[in-house]
Design a protein around this ligand. Structure first.
Ligand SMILES: Cc1cc2nc3c(=O)[nH]c(=O)nc-3n(C[C@H](O)[C@H](O)[C@H](O)COP(=O)(O)OP(=O)(O)OC[C@H]3O[C@@H](n4cnc5c(N)ncnc54)[C@H](O)[C@@H]3O)c2cc1C
Ligand code: FES
Ligand code: FES
Length: 496
């Protein structure tokens, strides 16, 4: 067991101990290291001003560079990774990096507060050789907000980088980064703590599933942290004291997505970004909703299981997973059980999770889902939480609807199925009018609330309309989707 964290900052190895486990990378960079290029805007993962780039090898040993929001990333989550900040981009002799130079060339900065974040997002895409094309640039930059320049020059700056040469200093930087990451790799559990402090916060990063499970079985009050895109805000916005945090992200087996029998098994540390292409390849609409899930920064840290475990009634994944008949796997010590996902959500903020149990996987059936469709309704296209989320799946034989699963988010205290509307569909002819008739039953299933995202009346109307839209979409009775934007990198077909 190590009581220190080891990572690379701008190609220098860092070994740190004796600090509070809830210290964020941004606080450490700005206050301790005085690296103030990464800005603090919102402090909650929304604006991207604090974007830095985190490199790690993937399962095949290939290094992947991810943009992440440093304001909601805990220091312990850096174990073994390489962090690059805006300060390290130049060529070391005063010359700008290509990702900086294009921002100058295209007049893509005014007050400059957002600029380091934009440059770091471009830098991550440039390193990966993916995400700067016209079909992808909007998604690459969706997590960075600019109040003064306007996005066109920033987008043009990004587009101009496609196919640009790799300067020699950058090749050398990458080689050093890879060598240092190999040098610091180890398989010991890390436990960080500020012993002696009045308000102690420990951060435990087990290196194996056994260590993780044993620790949680003995410390069921610990706060599990996966991507910290929710938990980070408990610290930065709510100033909550979390005495012990337990991180899933260092257990190699937790990062796996595997096909087992007739299921896709997604482990507790699989991020949205990691899972996205797999899910999109199987279920087109799933990928489209994920493309609109937070931003690239949020998807690069946040996990699928974290989104389920938090039990939010407006989480985007639960309705889609419920429509697909997903099961959740819960583990406590040596005991493991599985239950249908809809049964996991009991009430607002209450899940069927017993003391010492954690979400060890979700299991998606690989059965064909020809008539699976999802619709996310939010005020903005990018980076917005749903007002209503509908995910639907029916099976049809001989022009008759045999089974129906209609799941909604934003309509009740938990993600929930519209059982009355489902019954109305079952056995009905596969025609537009059956969906119109079923839509009338949505009011029997839900009594939504009014909040800042939408009024109760709006929610009910939208939910009914989505069932009608689904019918029109499937039966081909009308064109019901907006034309896709140019940035439809995953599917090239659909808007929502
Ligand atoms: C800017 C921003 C935009 C967002 N946009 C969206 C959006 O569009 N749609 C959406 O649905 N959500 C959105 N979110 C919410 C959040 O990103 C997701 O809920 C995310 O999937 C949470 O995963 P995580 O790994 O970061 O969870 P964490 O923050 O690490 O944990 C979340 C909760 O789950 C618990 N937990 C985590 N893993 C486990 C486990 N394996 N077993 C048991 N408990 C566990 C934690 O203790 C905590 O209670 C957004 C958040 C931010 C900051
Ligand atoms: S400061 Fe806004 S995302 Fe971090
Ligand atoms: S240049 Fe001022 S916020 Fe973007």
């Amino acid at each position: 067991m190590r009581d220190y964290v080891t990572f690379i900052l701008n190609n220098e190895v860092q070994t740190l101990s004796g600090f509070a486990g809830d210290t964020t990378l941004l606080a450490w960079l700005r206050r301790t290291r005085r690296l103030t290029g990464s800005k603090e805007g919102c402090g909650e993962g929304d604006c991207g001003a604090c974007t830095v780039v985190l490199a790690r090898p993937d399962a095949d040993g290939r290094i992947v560079w991810r943009p992440v929001n440093a304001c909601i990333l805990f220091m312990g989550m850096l174990e073994g990774a390489s962090v690059t900040t805006i300060e390290a981009l130049s060529d070391g002799a005063g010359g700008l990096h290509p990702c900086q130079q294009v921002m100058v060339d295209y007049h893509a900065s005014q007050c400059g507060f957002c600029t380091p974040g934009f440059v770091m997002s471009l830098f991550a895409a440039w390193c990966n050789g993916d995400g700067l094309e016209a079909t992808a640039i909007d998604d690459t930059l969706a997590g960075n907000l600019c109040r003064c320049t306007g996005y066109r020059p920033i987008v043009d700056a990004g587009l101009s980088l496609v196919g640009s040469d790799l300067p020699a200093f950058e090749l050398a930087r990458r080689q050093t980064e890879a060598e240092l990451m190999a040098e610091i790799a180890h398989d010991e559990t890390v436990r960080l703590s500020d012993e002696g402090a009045a308000r102690k916060v420990a951060f435990v990063a087990p290196a194996s599933a056994k260590d993780f499970t044993e620790f949680y079985a003995h410390n069921p009050d610990a706060t599990i942290v996966s991507g910290a895109t929710d938990v980070g805000l408990w610290v930065t916005k709510q100033q909550r004291h979390l005495p012990v945090m337990l991180w899933t992200g260092r257990v190699a087996g937790f990062k796996e997505t595997v096909e087992i029998d007739d299921h896709l098994r997604i482990g507790p540390a699989v991020t949205h970004q990691q899972a996205m292409s797999d899910l999109a390849a199987r279920w087109l609409d799933f990928g489209e909703v994920m493309r609109r899930f937070g931003s690239l920064q949020v998807r690069s840290s946040g996990t699928i299981c974290g989104n389920i475990a938090n039990g939010s009634p407006i989480g985007d994944l639960a309705p889609m997973l419920i429509a697909l008949s997903t099961e959740v796997e819960l583990t406590a010590g040596i005991k493991m059980r599985r239950l249908p996902l809809e049964a996991f959500f009991r009430d607002y903020g209450v899940q069927d999770r017993q003391t010492g149990e954690f979400v060890s996987a979700i299991l998606l059936p690989l059965a064909p889902a020809k008539h699976f469709r999802c619709y996310k309704i939010s005020k903005r296209f990018d980076q917005d939480i749903s007002a209503v989320m509908g995910a639907f799946k029916i099976t049809v034989a001989d022009n008759v609807i045999i089974s129906a699963r209609l799941a909604f988010g934003g309509m009740a205290a938990t993600p929930k199925r519209a059982t009355h509307a489902e019954v109305a569909l079952q056995g009905a002819p596969f025609t537009e009018s059956s969906f119109r008739a079923a839509a009338a039953h949505v009011a029997d299933d839900f009594t939504p609330i009014s909040d800042m995202r939408a009024s109760a009346a709006y929610r009910l109307q939208v939910a009914r309309n989505l069932v009608v839209k689904y019918g029109l979409d499937l039966t081909g009775a009308g064109s019901v989707r907006l034309a896709g934007r140019s940035g439809l990198s995953l599917t090239g077909v659909r808007g929502m």
